[in-house]
Ligand binder design. Structure first.
Ligand code: MN
Length: 255
């Protein structure tokens, strides 16, 4: 089995090392990851400037681009063939609910899903109230491997991926794996305005996490209750009910 691994925290992050180690006996592992952190890069591709690629150690490549660039280059330039599996992560921090739209980790997996490669995104989620607990990527990698085994056991429909979130609790406290829907997370939409030494304003955007929309079967709730959430995602974002009502309205109004 050919396994391509990427992330958005960068080639030197402990999460990607733990993931590569945990699956090394399952096949031939190649790691292609950004040379610096690219968290919240989303699914952007670098089309307007050159990319550099360096093999920093055997089988580990650092690229100057985004996570999606890394998967693109990994398939077409490094492997020169389609891998059996793409793994992204293990991310430092949650990729739950609406986070998936901003996440570079999920984007790396989505880049694989576009090509119908079996793709997985893994994230380690600090527990609210215990954010200073050291991130246990070794524990998370064990669960990543279990989720991979689950994913290898089922056929993937076209253009789908699995988004896996692991709570950063003591290994013995994890309650197990739970298949969950994508939820909805809230953040404080803050803008902090400051003034630079030359008198010009600059801005920091983004605020702290504010909780999730209550829903029993969503990923946010599963992780909150101590489960590893496994969420099947698809790329087609069409809302089917809205599609139907909009089409009907268009016909009714003769527009
Ligand atoms: Mn990240």
């Amino acid at each position: 089995m050919k396994i391509l691994i990427s992330n958005d925290d960068g080639i030197d992050s402990p999460g990607i090392r733990a993931l590569a180690r945990a699956v090394s006996d399952l096949g031939e592992v190649t790691v292609v990851a950004p040379h610096r952190e690219r968290s919240t890069a989303g699914h952007s591709l670098t089309l307007h400037k050159p990319l550099r690629l360096e093999e920093v150690e055997k089988g580990f490549f650092a690229a100057t681009g985004t996570p999606a660039d890394c998967v693109y280059l990994g398939i077409r330039e490094i492997l020169k063939e389609v891998p059996d599996v793409i793994l992204a992560g293990i991310n430092r921090g949650a990729n739950l609910g609406t986070d998936v739209h901003y996440s570079g980790t999920v984007a790396a997996a989505r880049e694989g899903a576009l090509m119908n490669i079996r793709s997985f995104a893994f994230s380690l989620v600090p527990v609210p109230g215990d954010e200073n607990k050291p991130m246990d990527f070794g524990m998370a990698a064990g669960w990543a491997r279990k989720a991979l085994e689950l994913g290898l056991d089922v056929p993937f429909p076209k253009h789908t991926l699995l988004n896996v979130n692991i709570p950063n609790v003591e290994g013995s406290q994890v309650r197990g794996m739970r298949v969950a829907r994508q939820g909805f997370r809230y953040y404080a939409n803050e803008v902090t305005r400051r003034v630079d030494p030359r008198g010009k304003p600059y801005y920091w955007i983004g605020g702290p996490y504010k909780g999730f929309e209550k829903s029993v079967d969503c990923d946010c709730n599963a992780v909150n209750e101590g489960w590893v959430s496994v969420t099947p995602l698809t790329i087609d974002c069409t809302h089917n009910d809205f599609y139907a009502t909009l089409s009907a309205a268009q016909r009714t109004n003769g527009l």
